[in-house]
Design a protein around this ligand. Structure first.
Ligand SMILES: *[C@@H]1O[C@H](CO)[C@@H](O)[C@H](O)[C@H]1NC(C)=O
Length: 400
């Protein structure tokens, strides 16, 4: 948002009230008086000169305020200080749902307010079959566009006691990194328990403060992102309390996996691979040479995270482990384990162009590393075929 003049908006208290909100505002931020020293963002009035030399005004919010840098000195403990006059953003949004539904239900670029999406520019891209498309009209959402959205819709309201109570509750927990981590774990619980994975529930926040999270589960969004899709990639099994599951690969199958310990799958080519074009640009080609991982009827047992280490920082995903099963997939590498118990500390580093298969051996595990056949290098040895059925997406696993 640099380049715009900010006329800071404590006067907004006076110019916008609830009546105005209901008549003209479609969406807005709630704000309240700033407590001395509060770190919340601010809601501002932006003044901007348009190309036609006319001035336009709109509300917006600025997060990560740098009051000191801009000479707005703080005396955090004095309620009358300059900083105290800036309204604090509460991160509570007001939405006129009827208007949002009307706009959201249009099926083209009109679903974005006018001037937001400029599709005059042309771009070149490569589709999932590697076919290059030259000079297609495309658009980009610029900060200016976002500004336009916000000018139409911002609002400020006066603080009320109710609002302040809500803020107090929210501030205590949700805005902290730990709160965000715990929200993610609750989401993981909701998602995986829908998939038939037996998993302990996340207890209350106090439990977290005293004992840390019940488990760490980090799933790459490209596994879905729709839960409907993810829940066809994860079927059954269990995750014991104190486990860690990190899946950084989109082409993935979990069928009846029992995890007690740490399982970490990392890939270089999570969603595709890059190809360099004639002018030396690296273009990401989705779906091409993706890494793959398939786990069926597998028990993963190891000592996992050292939950008693004082140096663990769970939200940074920085903690000590005793043991783990780590799978590292280079390039289009594939990993498959079937009908086995993998117990103890293992790192499987699978080189580009290879598939590592683990099956029951005569004594212990039968571990085989094989090169992927030349004609399967781009497509992989299996893939998910997506079909739409009504409003649903159905995945079918195709082995080549
Ligand atoms: C487990 O493996 C990792 C790396 O492969 C190693 O650093 C660690 O010391 C091992 N832990 C045990 C208990 O052997």
């Amino acid at each position: 948002m640099t380049g715009y003049t900010f006329r800071v908006g404590f006067l907004l208290y006076n110019i916008c009230c609830m009546n105005l909100w209901t008549s003209i505002c479609k969406l807005g931020f709630a704000s309240c008086k700033r407590n001395p020293g509060a770190t919340e963002g601010i809601n501002v009035l932006i003044e901007k000169k348009n190309l036609d030399d006319k001035w336009a005004y709109g509300f917006s919010c600025i997060e990560y305020t740098e009051f000191e840098k801009f000479g707005i000195s703080v005396d955090p403990y004095s309620p009358g200080s300059l900083q105290a006059q800036f309204p604090a953003n509460t991160n509570i949004l007001y939405v006129d749902l009827a208007s949002a539904e009307l706009i959201g239900s249009s099926t083209d670029e009109r679903s974005l307010p006018g001037m937001v999406l400029n599709i005059k520019k042309s771009i070149t891209y490569m589709d999932q079959f590697g076919i290059k498309h030259w000079l297609k009209a495309a658009g980009r959402l610029s900060p200016e566009a976002v500004w336009n959205v916000q000018c139409k819709i911002s609002l400020i309201i006066s603080p009320t006691d109710i609002l302040l109570d809500v803020i107090k509750v929210l501030k205590v927990w949700s805005y902290t990194p730990d709160g965000a981590l715990l929200d993610m774990m609750r989401n993981a619980y909701d998602l995986l328990s829908r998939c038939g994975v037996t998993i302990p529930e996340v207890e209350d926040n106090e439990m977290y403060v005293n004992c840390g999270p019940p488990y760490l589960i980090l799933l790459h969004p490209a596994l879905g992102p729709l839960w409907e899709i993810i829940s066809q990639k994860f079927v059954g099994g269990s995750i014991a309390k104190g486990s860690e599951l990190q899946i950084e690969v989109a082409e993935f199958l979990w069928r009846n996996v029992q995890l007690d310990g740490s399982l970490v799958v990392l890939a270089e080519n999570i969603v595709g691979s890059t190809k360099t074009n004639e002018i030396g640009e690296a273009l990401l080609q989705y779906g091409r040479r993706c890494a793959r991982c398939k786990l069926e009827n597998v028990k993963v047992l190891n000592d996992g995270i050292n939950w008693n280490s004082g140096d663990n920082s769970y939200w940074k995903h920085d903690m000590q482990r005793f043991e783990a099963l780590k799978v590292i997939l280079h390039g289009n590498a594939e990993f498959e384990a079937r009908d086995v118990v993998i117990q103890g500390n293992y790192t499987f580093d699978v080189p580009d162009g290879h598939k590592l298969e683990i099956t029951p051996g005569v004594s212990g595990l039968d571990i085989q590393l094989k090169p992927i056949e030349a004609e399967l290098m781009d497509s992989g040895t299996w893939f998910w075929n997506y079909k739409t059925r009504g409003r649903h997406i159905e995945l079918e696993l195709i082995e080549i």
